[in-house]
Design a protein around this ligand. Sequence first.
Ligand code: FES
Length: 98
Amino acid sequence: MIVCHCNVLKRNQIEEAIVDLLDADPWRLIVPVQVYHAMNKRGRCCGCFPDVVDLIIETTAAYHQQNATPEPEIVSLIERVRAHVKVRVPDAAKPAAA
Ligand code: FES
């Protein structure tokens, strides 16, 4: 199915470009211009961009479902920050001796 008539881009071509971008950085924010740039194309009328945004959302959700991080590998940012603060400033929380 053709999504972009100006560039004659099919749905699967756009999805592949989105997956390539996610492979490079799974947590990046992707916008249509990045997808088109990755395919050496550019928006002309940009009438397809709302559909491309929908494809980005669908493809990104599917990508993360397929590549779900196993529970033991998930690290809490808050716990890491707390551990870092304890190591860097162990005495900072203590009141000064009078
Ligand atoms: S339909 Fe995609 S740029 Fe015009």
